[in-house]
Design a protein around this ligand. Structure first.
Ligand code: ARG
Length: 467
């Protein structure tokens, strides 16, 4: 029996038969949770130091453990570590190797600890680093948006509602709308990091431990804000992962909106922008094609992140306290979400400043859709016409424009006065695109000066967030 492989397992004391081979593979998580190795080792080193400080381990044992774990870390990073499915997960793989190397001291590392608080700690440490990386990518993307907005503060394009030409806006203003979305996304990440940064270690399996542990010390070593207040909650809830995935789903949703616009704008029909070739691919059959693959793929990837969010919510639903093996299923959706969001943000941050803006085409489109009709109505109101009457007057002028193929600014004063004698020569100031955007000159408005001011504030907001 002693030579049987399953009886070699660290928990095999009360078992009389080997794990079924399929069950062994079915229940193992090492193939995906091995990516937690760095955080698992950091957690173990802190735990060993704390045990030493409270007198549970000797200084020599601690030194052997810390050195051994650091050697293992180097081996893993060199690709010189064989992961074993029989050892189930990242935790037991590393612990078994440590014992193999340093003997009895390795077997003492798990004193006062369980894989339940260990894994909950690892995921939080790992997620904390990933959130930091995601926030850095968000900042990079936002900086690129600020640069484009500043450069294109005077560029005029049609603004849309219902995807119909509505009123002229500046392209810089449009970029700043994207900036705002990602600014909220970054704030959500930062907020969710606070709740993730609480330490489960010390909860042990579920009830705490009888050793005289110093949780505040371990938390301090690992950079956690505090130890978790309740052991049952600490080992069992994955709400921080759900919260993160929900925030990630919003990032992807925002990216999908940007993607949709870039895809439309780069079509022959709009022809507002040109995506750099290095972010596009061609067609194997149609020689003329240049496809906006990157925005399309990012738009498509929202599906998997939304799916991951539902997977995690469903995983947590109705789980009784405390730890259940169900929670092993938290990792793949979480990891996939992290990879997807990081990749999507990275490619966007790289791509945005390289998008070529076709200013003439945008201005032409803004001129052709009666986009200054509201400006004419507002002009009439300033001349004493009631807004509803002004609306009616301009509606009739637009109908004439459609019949004659002329935009409002292309009509003569005589033609315009047929609709209202309140119209004078100065009407042409408001019918131009430049006049229209410049008149929306208040905080949050589209006027070029407002865009420049918003960019300046945006840069300050990013600096404040970083500092
Ligand atoms: N691999 C497990 C997980 O990811 C680690 C915790 C296992 N705990 C246990 N009692 N089986 O959740």
């Amino acid at each position: 029996m002693a030579s049987d492989k399953s009886i070699d397992k660290p928990w095999a004391g009360r078992f009389t038969e080997a794990t079924d081979t399929f069950v062994e593979a079915f229940t193992a998580s090492v193939l995906f949770d091995k990516r937690l190795y760095r955080h698992d080792i950091a957690g173990s080193i802190a735990h060993a130091r704390m045990l030493t400080r409270v007198g549970v381990l000797s200084a020599a044992e601690c030194e052997a453990i810390v050195d051994g774990l650091q050697d293992i870390l180097r081996d893993i990073e060199r690709g010189d570590f064989t992961w074993s499915v029989a050892l189930e997960d990242v935790h037991m793989n590393i612990e078994a190797r440590l014992t193999e190397r340093i003997g009895i001291a390795g077997k003492k590392l798990h004193t006062g600890r369980s894989r339940n608080d260990q894994v909950a700690t690892d995921i939080r440490l790992y997620l904390r680093d990933e959130i930091d990386a995601i926030m850095a990518e968000l900042t990079r993307l936002q900086t690129a948006l600020l640069d484009v907005a500043e450069r294109e503060a005077d560029t005029i394009m049609p603004g849309f509602t219902h995807l119909q030409v509505a009123q002229p806006v500046t392209f810089g203003h449009h970029m700043m709308a994207w900036f705002e979305m990602f600014n909220r996304d970054r704030a959500r990440m930062q907020d969710c990091r606070k709740r993730a940064n609480i330490m489960p270690l010390g909860a042990a399996a579920l009830a705490g431990t009888s050793y005289p542990i110093d949780r505040a010390y371990t938390a301090q070593l690992l950079g956690f804000d505090a130890p978790a207040e309740n052991s049952l909650d600490a080992v069992s809830d994955r709400d921080f992962a759900i919260e993160f995935t929900a925030a990630a789903a919003l990032i992807m949703t925002h990216l999908s909106r940007c993607s949709e616009e870039l895809i439309l704008w780069s079509s022959t029909q709009f022809d507002f922008v040109d995506l750099p070739d290095r972010f596009c691919t061609g067609s194997s059959i149609m020689p003329q094609k240049k496809n906006p693959d990157v925005p399309e793929l990012v738009r498509g990837k929202v599906g998997r992140v939304n799916g991951n969010l539902i997977a995690l919510l469903t995983l947590m639903k109705s789980q009784p306290l405390a730890y259940n093996k169900d929670n092993q299923e938290d990792k793949e959706p979480l990891f996939d979400t992290i990879d997807t969001v990081r990749g999507s943000l990275k490619v966007y941050a790289d791509m945005i400043s390289a998008v070529q803006i076709k200013r003439d085409n945008m201005a032409h489109a803004a001129r052709s859709g009666f986009s200054t009709a509201t400006d004419l109505a507002d002009y009439l109101v300033r001349r004493g016409v009631a807004f509803r009457d002004a609306h009616e007057i301009v509606g009739k002028a637009v109908r004439r424009g459609i019949e004659t193929g002329k935009d409002l600014a292309q009509m003569t004063l005589g033609e315009l006065r047929q609709f209202s004698t309140a119209i004078e020569q100065d009407v042409f100031d408001v019918l131009t695109l430049e006049g229209s955007v410049a008149s929306r000159n208040h905080l949050g408005g589209t006027a070029p000066d407002q865009v420049r001011a918003a960019v300046k504030r945006g840069r300050e907001r990013l600096l404040r967030a970083a500092g």
